[in-house]
Design a protein around this ligand. Structure first.
Ligand code: FAD
Length: 457
């Protein structure tokens, strides 16, 4: 019986492990996290983007291949591996039906995410329920899961994996060997030292939206030994999150979606970007970087009571005040400058017909930085403020794979016994930008391909 070691314990690893076990292999999962924290960033997800030529139980209408591919080209500005992107998109519908056949349930998208009801399949119970179910399925198929087993090094000899150095729960280091290996241990987004090297000193103030276990150790080990890299170290996905979010695992509930309804000030009390540039789903991912470039990597959204019920609230209560002076003081902002900025903003507002469903005609005129849509005067108490900080979702640097999920060396040779999937390979398809829901698609599709390939080596 073929022995396969899967490194990592998120959706990508689990899809690989389940498939390999279905093909008759003996599979061991090595997961850094303890059981209660298992599931990587996958546990925080809500949906996966799915091509479908006709409606499914939960996805409405259809989402043609051509449209999905166009959507991808738009966000990556055309920089993608066409063969792998085509494969990921075309296989996404099979992934959906395969998951359904395993007893993984989906739900229609909820109010507020209407624009995704045609394109993205939502996991019933979210990502945590998904990974819990995947662990159950894997274990029922005989997959052995070893928690608190962190792979420190993956030792290569030419284009072959010889063995793994693994840190055990008691901190001893042990050698693990198998016939074939599948790397699915995410990016390096939780490694703050590496983030600082790649993104600059200010990365020390970033919060990590997901697991603390994606330290990039396997990725680093592979790249240092001549595995071909894809994606750029400085590329990643970051959004603006509530400044009170925890350092790790804040997840989806700390994302703040009120930016288009108010104004955003830096610590000097000044605006720095057009808050109403475009629809929020197309803009939310730039605000992590925008806030990151402000003093102390902090921003403050200010809204008034007209806008309070228009967005999904943060898990934390906002700062509330009856006057703008009081709000500025509570947020620790320079009061005079805040009042000046808001007076100028209010004076520049051109009245229009406020409409959230379109790029409306409520705008400002004559400011250095105009707000081009959904601009309304901030004049109706009580006033609310949220402090924003950059929240890192994931990094794009990864390893080069082919359509069989096989990893390649810099000299162009394929590895004989190493496959990879998930965030570790996302850079093959996502050179830049992000298409909501494609992360889980990439992990699931190449996880299944890697699992089958590994079982048949
Ligand atoms: C808050 C949040 C919301 C998101 N929402 C969505 C969404 O709705 N849809 C979507 O498509 N994407 C979403 N993403 C992105 C998505 O999480 C990733 O694209 C996806 O989870 C990648 O799957 P993965 O299995 O490769 O990585 P992960 O799920 O992160 O799994 C990596 C695993 O590797 C383990 N590991 C790491 N290093 C080692 C090591 N050295 N040894 C052993 N194990 C190790 C970790 O413990 C972890 O279990 C979201 C991300 C975040 C943070």
């Amino acid at each position: 019986m073929k022995k396969i070691i899967v490194i990592g314990g998120g959706n990508a690893a689990l899809c690989a492990a389940i498939t390999a076990a279905q093909h008759g292999a003996k599979v061991i999962i090595l997961e850094s996290a303890p059981k209660e924290l298992r599931g990587g960033n996958s546990q925080h997800t809500r949906n996966m983007r799915t091509y479908h030529p006709k409606p499914t139980k939960t996805l409405v209408e259809n989402y043609p291949f051509e449209e999905y591919y166009e959507d991808l080209l738009k966000v990556t500005k055309g920089e993608t591996n066409e063969e792998l992107a085509t494969l990921a998109i075309k296989s996404s519908v099979d992934l959906y039906y395969w998951m359904e056949s395993l007893g993984i349930n989906f739900q229609p998208s909820l109010k507020g995410t209407l624009s995704l009801s045609r394109t993205n399949a939502f996991f019933l119970g979210g990502g945590k329920t998904l990974v819990n179910r995947e662990y159950q399925i894997a274990e029922d198929l005989g997959v052995e899961v070893l928690y608190e087993h962190e792979v420190l090094n993956i030792k290569l000899s030419n284009n072959e994996v010889s063995y793994l150095e693994v840190k055990l729960p008691n901190s001893n280091i042990e050698i693990f060997k198998a016939d074939v290996y599948i790397a699915a241990s995410g990016g390096f987004e939780s490694n703050r030292e590496w983030l600082k090297e790649a993104w600059g000193e200010h990365a020390k103030n970033f919060l990590i939206r997901g697991t603390k276990f994606n330290q990039g150790k396997v990725l680093k080990s592979l790249l240092e030994q001549g595995v071909q890299k894809v994606g750029k170290e400085e590329q990643g996905h970051a959004v603006a999150v509530d400044g009170r979010a925890p350092l790790y695992d804040g997840g989806i509930v700390t994302r703040l979606d009120c930016v288009p309804f108010g104004i955003v000030l830096n610590e000097e009390g000044k605006r720095f970007y057009n808050e109403g540039e475009d629809f929020w789903p197309k803009r939310y991912a730039i605000w992590g970087r925008l806030v990151a470039s402000q003093p102390n990597q902090v921003g403050h959204v200010i809204i008034d009571s007209k806008s309070f019920d228009l967005f999904m609230p943060s898990v934390f209560e906002p700062t509330k005040a009856d006057t703008l002076e009081e709000l500025a003081q509570k947020l620790g902002l320079p009061i005079e400058q805040v009042i000046k900025t808001i007076d100028e903003f209010n004076g520049a507002v051109v009245d229009g017909e406020f409409d959230l469903t379109k790029l409306d005609n409520c705008k400002t005129e004559g400011l250095d930085i105009n707000k081009t849509h959904w601009a309304r005067r901030i004049d109706t108490p009580p006033y609310y403020g949220y402090t924003l900080r950059p929240g890192v979702t994931f990094t794009y640097l990864g390893v080069k794979i082919d359509k069989n999920a096989r990893v390649y060396m810099e000299d162009g040779k394929p590895m004989t016994n190493l496959f990879a999937t998930g965030e570790m390979v996302a850079g093959n398809i996502l050179s830049q930008g992000y298409l909501a829901g494609i992360g889980m698609t990439i992990g699931g599709v190449f996880g299944r391909i890697a699992g089958e390939g590994a079982a048949n080596v």
